[in-house]
Design a protein around this ligand. Structure first.
Ligand code: ZN
Length: 149
């Protein structure tokens, strides 16, 4: 059966980004490169206007709401991730989620595995050669804080 409605078509991109900002920057926006909190808003991501960009005044680097998160570098828009997380919360199987979101099972499996690891923020590369700093990891506890869609 073809559904009349695709959930991702009625999910608001802006609200997804607001939620991610709320989760990620709960203690204020900070630079993922040097942890400085002194920064400027610097417009938005080229293709995604709700994805805020910043420039760090400490190291001068640019970053945005998704820099160094598992959501970065994947071609799925953020709302697909958010809906995927929501559907996981309903205990849908990978193949049901794939069908709902119009993804291949492989893509869907890759996403749910990442989400299931609960790692919201990736460990910065620089840390790999030294001590492992686990406070760089932000863990989503269950599905707390995920928007009710
Ligand atoms: Zn910085």
């Amino acid at each position: 059966m073809t559904s009349l409605l695709r959930i991702q078509d009625i999910v608001d991109d802006r609200l997804c980004y607001e939620k991610i900002r709320e989760l990620r920057w709960s203690k204020g926006v900070f630079c993922p490169h040097c942890q400085s909190k002194v920064l400027n808003r610097h417009g938005h991501h080229n293709s995604t206007k709700h994805r805020h960009r910043y420039q760090c005044k400490g190291c001068q680097k640019y970053f945005d709401d998704l820099t160094n998160t598992i959501f970065q570098g994947h071609h799925q828009p953020l709302k697909i991730w958010v809906v995927c997380l929501y559907l996981m919360g309903l205990n849908l199987s990978n193949s049901q989620i794939a069908k709902e979101l119009g993804l291949t099972e492989n893509d869907c499996h890759a996403m749910t595995s990442l989400l299931r690891e609960g790692v919201y923020e990736k460990r910065p590369q620089e840390v790999l050669d030294g001590e492992v700093e686990f406070d760089e990891l932000y863990v989503i506890a269950g599905h707390k804080g995920i928007p009710k869609l």
